[in-house]
Design a protein around this ligand. Structure first.
Ligand SMILES: NC(=O)c1ccc[n+]([C@@H]2O[C@H](COP(=O)([O-])OP(=O)(O)OC[C@H]3O[C@@H](n4cnc5c(N)ncnc54)[C@H](OP(=O)(O)O)[C@@H]3O)[C@@H](O)[C@H]2O)c1
Length: 326
């Protein structure tokens, strides 16, 4: 596999394969680079993840997003093992993210959780380890959603800062090259920034044209925290994929609505992870680096915002760290 790395005003581009074209690389606050598009794997089981990732890497993807909670880290690891054995890629050609689940909050538990994820993945380091949610759950109950009798979640005994210290420990131990958070709001990020010895490199959260989250995006960027958009297609929401504003822009560039929704994120410096198990859609989603939206079009898409959130966890709304009130 031949890599062509070119430096272009502030960011890098790489040509991963003849079919993928040029993919932008974004530099994190610690100097490491992350490909601006990754493959999401939520809802894939081990077998599906193994096949989908092998397909995606052959198309040109070099970034995979998983989590302990997705129960597919072993399948992700199998795909990597196959690809490395077949000499399609080397370990350091691909960016792998996983996440510390809510029942593993706390300084020591977070490190243990990442060690377990690394064992599942068959890797000795991650490119990125994230705290999956700010809402820690009670540890050690054997239930990944430990609930009280009224259905509400039992919170963790540890603070966010304890868990962040665990993230710093695993970074220092070389278990992850970068560390970050997911689903954190501005106040939670500010608390981490105030206490951290190592600043988070990333906040991963839901954003798509119906949930622009511009204030949170701006806060992250102003604090040198990269943004990763999850559910960037709002899980193939029909209303989104048929939106007339997006359709018009897609027509102009001879692209699909999905490609325009993804390119909007790239043009506001947001990294995307889109999930697809189908080759045609994986190709469609990565083929967004040969056009660029005009400022007016970026504004038009941002104005589609309806604060329309898809992802939440039932029973966490009374959790002291529930992130979505403010
Ligand atoms: N940190 C967090 O809390 C969190 C939460 C949610 C998600 N995530 C991560 O973000 C990733 C992406 O989010 P997501 O999976 O929720 O949603 P998504 O990527 O917005 O959408 C995935 C859905 O869209 C379909 N799809 C993909 N490309 C398409 C295209 N070009 N046209 C039409 N349909 C298309 C897929 O079906 P096919 O597979 O059949 O193509 C799948 O049903 C996840 O997989 C996960 O890795 C993180």
């Amino acid at each position: 596999m031949v890599f062509m790395i070119t430096c272009l005003i502030g960011f890098m581009l790489f040509k991963a394969s003849p079919r993928s074209g040029i993919v932008k690389l974004v530099q994190l606050n610690n100097g490491h680079y992350i490909p601006a598009i990754g493959l999401g794997t939520w809802t894939m089981d081990d077998k599906e993840a193994r096949e989908a990732i092998k397909m995606a890497v052959k198309i040109g993807y070099r970034h995979v997003d998983t989590a302990w909670r997705y129960h597919n880290e072993k399948g992700v690891g199998q795909a990597l093992k196959d690809l490395i054995l077949d000499k399609v890629i080397a370990r350091n050609d691909i960016f792998i993210t996983t996440k510390v689940w809510n029942t593993f909050h706390g300084r020591e538990l977070a490190v243990q959780a990442i060690k377990e994820s690394l064992a599942n993945l068959g890797l000795d380091y991650l490119d990125l380890a994230l705290i999956h949610w700010p809402t820690g759950f009670k540890a050690g109950t054997d239930d990944i959603y430990p609930r009280k009798s009224d259905g509400s979640i039992m919170p963790s005994d540890f603070s966010l800062i304890d868990t962040w210290k665990g993230m710093e420990d695993l970074f220092r131990q070389g278990l992850a090259k970068s560390i970050g958070v997911s689903n954190f709001n501005i106040k939670q990020l500010q608390r981490v920034l105030n206490e951290a010895s190592i600043k988070p490199s990333v906040n991963q959260f839901e954003t798509h044209p119906f949930l622009a989250q511009q204030e949170l995006v701006d806060f992250c960027h102003n604090n040198s925290i990269a943004v990763i958009a999850y559910s960037p297609l709002r899980q193939a929401d029909k209303e989104l994929l048929n939106n007339p504003v997006l359709k018009n822009i897609a027509l102009k560039y001879n692209k699909t609505v999905a490609q325009v929704a993804l390119r909007w994120q790239i043009d506001r410096n947001v990294i995307i992870i889109a999930k697809s198990s189908r080759k045609e859609r994986q190709m469609e989603n990565i083929n967004i680096f040969d056009f660029k939206l005009e400022d007016q079009e970026i504004k038009q898409i941002t104005a589609l915002n309806q604060n329309n959130r898809l992802i939440d966890i039932p029973g966490i709304q009374n959790h002291p760290e529930y992130p979505f009130d403010n």
